[in-house]
Design a protein around this ligand. Structure first.
Ligand code: HEM
Length: 461
């Protein structure tokens, strides 16, 4: 029943819908098509048809877990050589998914989060020391670079007791460089027909193999150090290495631990770094929003040197700034859903068992039917309690949906709210007036080249 789904007009034999497509921005290309073609559409790449979905009623139907499930395809499947049957890339039927999910989920409980809080605060202080020096010298800071330093350190130290010394390095840690390499390669794989990959991406493929070796080497070292130290304090790595499944008594294998460590080090920092960067971009551009957020931090935190765990969730408006940033730029910008059995999507589009579609979250989040005619405008008040209650479910999905939704959601929200609070309280953020938002894609999204000039507030801590 594909014929009822619109596609771009200039369709070429063999290659498909490549006219006007840009290999380095596949997501933003799809957003452009979405605007022209409507809530469900398809693109053809080298003879393969891909269906994209973003209309609110279609996505709400896809969230029905009894009929649909996560599909491991496209970008996610391309990460299998790196992350194997780790939590993010595991097929639904792989036994290691349930095993690892059950063993690791308690590592994201409220209690566990409260335990990570002091370490998150300590890492954030490394960031403010770094920004204080820039402020004193009147220098601009590299926002995505610094947010990546922060979030990598946070997940590495809270989850794995490991220090990557990100703030001591002028250049990104080799883990980051290799990770960006493998994410970019996984995205590029979608832009060439599979049989031609060895030919077209030979050099890139070799570089990718070297990046994977480097990632493996780094995580093996993290595990080796932990084994030599004889255990941490019940962090994620301890769970991976020591905890047996509560029901079956089974443990993760050494190979699976390696996959999980890579998975959590990557998934645990890259998207949060982007979310913080977009939020800081908007805060620097919207003085009224920044003033309201800052006033909230001053009111709720006063000048407590070290805000406690409980004090972070009290920053309701700061959290709305973050939600609104994730609405416009959900940094993991798509997720795929497949039919468990033959079914009809939203009563209209027949799908055979295993058929799948990619949900375009940024478009779902900009659907005027849900968000109004000014959907493209940044406005955190869309997330005040009344507005949220008045919207249908499944219209805001930056963390995916169902059993395979993000396990690190609370971790990311706590970390990002804490850091935004600390930065707002301490600095005014001056934008470069010449900067226009450009978004780089490497499966995830990041504001490209964003620099801000932090200025110490005289009253701020
Ligand atoms: C899954 C987004 C932060 C670990 C996902 C999915 C999305 C997502 C959309 C579902 C993907 C799919 O359906 O294919 C985000 C965003 C984040 C964030 C936007 C930050 C703002 C984190 C953090 C961690 C994490 C901090 C770990 C500490 C994971 C894992 C999965 C996942 C392990 C796979 C879960 C499973 O399939 O069982 N994330 N994530 N994420 N995320 Fe996150």
């Amino acid at each position: 029943a594909l014929h009822r789904i619109p596609h771009p007009p200039y369709r070429l034999p063999l290659v498909g819908d490549v006219v006007g497509a840009n290999r380095s921005t596949p997501l933003q290309d799809s957003l452009r098509y979405a605007r022209r073609l409507g809530p469900i559409f398809r693109r053809n790449a080298f003879g393969k048809e891909f269906v994209f979905t973003w209309g609110a009623d279609l996505v709400a139907d896809l969230a029905d877990e009894s009929r649909f499930a996560k599909h491991v395809g496209l970008g996610v499947a391309n990460l299998r050589p790196v992350a194997g049957d780790g939590l993010f890339t595991a097929y639904n039927h792989e036994p290691n998914w349930q095993l690892a999910h059950d063993v690791l989920a308690p590592g994201f409980s409220r209690e566990a989060m409260a335990g990570y809080h002091p370490m998150m605060l300590a890492v954030a202080e490394r960031l403010t020391e770094h920004w204080d020096r820039a402020a004193a010298a009147g220098r601009a800071v590299d926002v995505p670079g610094d947010m990546t330093r922060l979030t990598l350190e946070t997940i590495a130290r809270t989850g794995f007791g490991h220090d990557f010394e990100s703030f001591e390095r002028a250049r990104p840690h080799p883990f980051v460089t290799s990770m960006v390499g493998t994410l970019t390669y996984a995205q590029r794989l979608n832009s060439v027909p599979a049989p031609l990959t060895p030919l077209l991406l030979r050099r890139a493929g070799r570089r990718n193999a070297a990046d994977i070796d480097r990632l493996n080497h780094i995580v093996d070292e993290v595990v080796r150090i932990r084994r030599a130290d004889g255990g941490g304090e019940g962090d994620l790595l301890d769970r991976m290495l020591e905890t047996a499944h509560p029901g079956t008594g089974e443990r993760l294998s050494a190979e699976n631990v390696r996959r999980q460590v890579i998975t959590f080090l990557v998934a645990g920092h890259e998207t949060t770094s982007g979310a913080l960067s977009f939020a800081l971009h908007y805060l620097s551009r919207e003085p009224e929003v920044a003033a309201r957020a800052r006033a909230e931090v001053d009111r709720v935190w006063g000048d407590t040197a070290a805000p406690g765990y409980e004090q972070v969730a009290k920053l309701r408006y700061v959290r709305r700034v973050l939600d609104e940033s994730l609405r416009l730029w959900p940094t993991a910008p798509a997720f795929a859903r497949e039919a468990r059995e033959d079914t009809v999507l939203a009563g209209e589009h027949p799908m055979l068992r295993g058929a799948w579609t990619l949900v375009l979250t940024p478009m779902l989040h900009r659907d005027p039917e849900t968000w109004g005619p000014d959907a493209e405008r940044f406005d955190p008040d869309r997330f005040d309690a009344g507005a949220v209650r008045s919207r249908p479910p499944h219209t805001f999905k930056p963390f995916g949906t169902g059993a395979r939704a993000c396990i690190g959601r609370q971790f990311a929200l706590h970390e990002a709210t804490l850091v935004l609070g600390l930065l707002l309280r301490r600095y005014e953020l001056r934008a470069d007036p010449g900067y226009r938002l450009r978004v780089t894609e490497r499966l995830t999204l990041m504001p490209e080249g964003l620099r801000l000039r932090p200025e110490r507030r005289s009253a701020g801590r």
